[in-house]
Design a protein around this ligand. Sequence first.
Ligand code: DGT
Ligand code: MG
Ligand code: MG
Ligand code: MG
Ligand code: MG
Length: 281
Amino acid sequence: MANSRFEYVKSFEQPDVLLPNTWIVVRIDGRGFHKLSDHYAFKKPNDRRALDLMNAAAVEVMKDLPDLCIAYGVSDEFSFVFHPSCQLFERRNGKLVTTIVSTFTAHYIYKWSEYFPERPLLPPYLPSFDGRAVIYPNNRILRDYMSWRQVDCHINNLYNTTFWTMVLQGGMSNTDAEQELKGTVSADKNEILFKRFGINYNNELEIYKKGTVLYRQYKLEEAKPTKSPADEESPVEAKQSRSQQDKIRKLRRKAQVVIDHVDIIKDEFWEKRPWILSGTP
Ligand code: DGT
Ligand code: MG
Ligand code: MG
Ligand code: MG
Ligand code: MG
């Protein structure tokens, strides 16, 4: 690019680099999905195809961006997690968020007809997503963030399942069902489902109760830790040479992205898959 007298405008661009050595979570959320889900007649309270489409788009994002180590999705949202060692786009907030949002949206729209062949997408009801990046300073807080989303999934799903059962099977009006559920706790809702409708909430599908977690699965020989004890004491990225980073990226690209519906609040999930938090396949 040639120098010109207009170039000074470049200096108006502000840096937006995210703090080094912190977890970066980019959460995207469907814009106006209340209306969109009505328009395309998503099943209530859960539309399996709509969730599968969200998950399929998120898998493509994971494949596209090997720096992502885990993602969690529920309803019209997905949280994508970059490891503290991530250097993608020099950790620029805007670049990370817009790349994830647009990649996700592109795949969501591209795959729509595969999941809803009889309901073509038509303006003005076109899916779009917003996104934001939040940084978390340590593993504990990152895990608390993930737990927060999964607890939210559980609370909302229990409420929605009870509400829509009362309306669709119990013939109640929306207002009456809402009124009756005001101030109830989980045990009350479980009891309404079981006593009135013979539904054991525990038997609902895991994808509805737990949401969706995506992560990379490595073959056993690839899963061996590549860390030396010295790496423990200093920031990962300071220790990783360029060739090491390239090697890790290649391994991540080759790894299978798994779609799972499991508890991510307890230790077990993380202990079984130590590479997620360590960031070293
Ligand atoms: P926003 O995010 O502020 O632009 O507004 P919304 O309308 O997207 O609200 P949000 O994100 O808080 O809530 C998600 C909406 O999407 C909620 O109204 C229910 C709808 N939705 C998500 N998944 C399903 C589903 O599987 N079935 C149905 N029927 N609706 C769903
Ligand atoms: Mg929103
Ligand atoms: Mg939304
Ligand atoms: Mg939402
Ligand atoms: Mg360009």
